[in-house]
Write a protein of this length. Sequence first.
Length: 254
Amino acid sequence: MSVIINNIANSITAIRVLLTVMLVIDVYSHSKYLLFSVAVIGIIFLMDAVDGIVARKLNTTSMMGSFLDIFADRVVEFILLAYFYKLDLVPNWFVIPFYIRIFLSDFSRFGAYLNQDVKADGIILGGIREKLVLTHLSRGFYGVVKLLLFAAMFISYYAKIEIQVIVFALIVITLSFNLVRGMPIIIQYLPVAIKTLLHRATLLKERRYHTMTNQLNRRFEKQKIFTVKSIPPVMQITLDFLAVSFFTFQIFIH
């Protein structure tokens, strides 16, 4: 029973990704249920808030769950943005800075995690930076803006309603807030991430050397270079890199 309770929030996260995949497949099959599609987008973004609330209520918040939640956000964003990009609804000047920022901030977050500067409820920031990134108001506003953007794109394309001005305004607001929320993390933790990863790489190299020469020092035995818990943030960064590569490739072949 405890296993089920501990994984309720993660199950909601997984369902959110599954719903996104099903939505795109349904739309690609030329579904005529526009209102249903828009409603599903709303449910997907609502579940983004629900999984965090459930985890806190059940006291099952964890570092792993936090990274899985962010990873699910990245999957949902990538699926929807790739779909709308194919429909020429998302401009190049949006997707490239959007994903470069995401890649840099997730890389910085991974470095902060290795440096033990990340908690289950978010990365450690201070002052105004925390208000810009971690508050419920900041997260909620960003989620609502993305929801409105994707819903407006669906309505604009499939209902043939002339709301390009609204879509453009939402694109600008989404990108602007994306950059504003990401910069405090990048500024504070990108140098830390680079330094930490270089240090870990040096330790790994030394460990391999000492292992090969059968002179493994206790210092290397006790120091953990990477652990299983590093997998979700690594997956996150890998997805970010693939997204940047995908959109860059699409720009060149357009």
